[in-house]
Design a protein around this ligand. Sequence first.
Ligand SMILES: [Fe+2]
Ligand SMILES: [Fe+2]
Length: 147
Amino acid sequence: MRTSGPALRQWASHHAIHNAAWHEASDALAAAEKAHQLSDSEAFSRIVEVFLEVVDIRILIHAREEESDLYQEWLEAQLMSSAEMNALIQDHDTLRQLTADIEQAMIAGREQEVMSRMHRLLDRGASHSQHEEAILRRSTEGRRVER
Ligand SMILES: [Fe+2]
Ligand SMILES: [Fe+2]
């Protein structure tokens, strides 16, 4: 049974979802860096909360939807190999781990570490999105891969 909608199955709409998430998270990171420069820890923690909300709603829930059936569908349609699927799931796990690291570093008050993990999350997210979008292009072009 499909639990994810048609938006994930088309390049343009899936790309738009990735793009919106990246821009919102990246705006929050820029604002957090500004608050850090101004030594405004109160603003910093508010902004990081927003960042974590964006990550949760736009990235981690999105990742769960993909894992619940989209990836299986791509595998069966030979749009990706099982090695590619494992790599994509590994990216999701890294995004989850980085989110937990940010939460921990926030509790410990380590702002520098929070920001470096935020950067890593955005970079890993961007390369992951590119990979998925390449698979969606294969789908549009009707290309298949070796299993
Ligand atoms: Fe994903
Ligand atoms: Fe995605």
